[in-house]
Design a protein around this ligand. Structure first.
Ligand code: PMP
Length: 381
């Protein structure tokens, strides 16, 4: 039997798998993984059913259904005031993670370096490694999860090809500020870098703050692959539908990789999304919908010994548990699942070296009753 020389020798069972398995085994309330436990809009599922019944069941064009790409271009104009070409600058992908992977595969060659800000969504580093490139890890400021631009500048080398930006940020709920945009612009122009911008939580932003998308800034957009997920916008994470926007020359190369990987995405969902996107209120009201959940969870948690950090966007809020335990975040999260019946994710899992700021990540994209039952359990410790 031939042996596989692993491209990802250090990847094992992740804490996400462990925590989900534990949550099931101990029948715990799962505030760990990031998915809603409330139903999606039935009118969108009806549109998919209708598309199937109406025989939209064969391959869609490789870059995606034209009507969907046009609807995305209209949305981009409405939200960010930017004209993009739906023919050449948008590609529909099976989810946001795939869009990020494809963008990295498009630009990376062996020995290239990519700056990754930690804590980081867990797909970035393996996506870089599998391409024979090197992730260069730069920690966010642990006090407020802002970007330490001096540290970022120090991490740049002649081999640096790109930086990955994620706002709103998983796991911390931090968001980009205008001063970050200024610093980012200087950095990428000085060193001629690409940007992979993970904006899957673009509409999950709170307290009236704007989402500073790369799509708003022509100097950034001209070097960006901007990645999105319908799963996060329409409460259907299991659909694994998303898209990538990039300038034509970059998108041309992206499509070469995409064409020989998945080729095209689920046609009935694309038909449905093309007409559902015509109703902007479904995505424009998302921020206030999730903000109510964040606020409700924050109120409930004030009756516990956890100390919540601010969350400005995303599905997530982090909490320190220093008043309860001095265990590591992983140990504490495991014990909390087994003994208290609430599953979370230790933030240390989002650092390659397991840096432990003694924080847990909670997902508040849940029904009020789920949040209330979970917090009733957390009050006991
Ligand atoms: N980026 C981040 C930061 C995420 O949290 C997620 C979802 N967990 C994704 C990308 C992936 O989105 P999708 O499910 O569409 O692949």
């Amino acid at each position: 039997m031939r042996r596989i020389d692993s491209k990802l020798p250090l990847v094992g069972t992740t804490i996400f798998t462990t925590m989900s398995a534990l949550a099931t085994e101990y029948n715990a309330i799962n505030l760990g993984q990031g998915f809603p436990d409330f139903p999606m809009d039935k009118s969108l599922t009806s549109l998919v059913n209708a598309a199937m019944e109406n025989d939209f069941n064969q391959y869609a064009p490789m870059p995606g259904l034209p009507a969907l790409r046009e609807a995305i271009a209209e949305k981009v104009l409405l939200c960010y005031g930017t004209l993009i070409n739906p023919g050449t600058e948008v590609t529909i992908t099976p989810g946001g993670t795939y869009a990020i992977y494809t963008a990295l595969t498009t630009i990376l060659n062996k020995g290239d370096e990519v700056i990754v800000l930690e804590p980081a969504y867990d797909s970035y580093v393996p996506n870089i490694l599998v391409n024979g490139a090197k992730p260069v890890l730069v920690p966010l400021d642990p006090s407020n999860f802002s970007i330490n631009w001096d540290a970022v500048r120090n991490a740049v080398s002649p081999a640096t090809r790109a930086i990955i930006i994620n706002s709103p940020h998983n796991p911390t709920g931090a968001i980009l500020r205008e001063e970050d945009i200024i610093q980012l612009t200087h950095l990428v122009e000085e060193h001629d870098l690409f940007i992979i911008s993970d904006e899957v939580y673009e509409h999950l932003i709170f307290d009236g703050r704007p989402h500073l998308s790369m799509l708003k800034y022509p100097r950034l957009l001209q070097r960006s692959f901007v990645c999105f997920s319908f799963g996060k916008v329409y409460h259907c994470t299991g659909w694994k539908m998303g898209y990538c926007i990039a300038p034509e020359a970059m998108m041309k190369e992206f499509r070469k990789v995409h064409q020989f990987n998945c080729f095209s995405c689920h046609t009935p969902s694309q038909v449905a999304l093309a007409s559902y996107l015509k109703n902007p209120s479904a995505y424009l009201e998302l921020g206030s919908f999730l903000q109510k959940k964040r606020d409700h969870f924050t109120d409930l948690m004030s009756t516990t010994r956890f100390n919540l950090l601010p969350s400005y966007g995303s599905y997530f809020i982090c909490a320190s548990y220093g008043r309860i335990s001095d265990e590591s975040a992983a140990e504490f999260a495991i014990r909390l699942t087994k003994e208290t019946g609430v599953a979370t994710i230790p933030v240390s899992a989002f650092y390659q070296d397991g840096f432990d700021g003694k924080l847990l990540r909670f997902c508040f994209a849940k029904k009020e009753s789920t949040l209330e039952t979970a917090v009733a359990k957390l009050q006991k410790i």
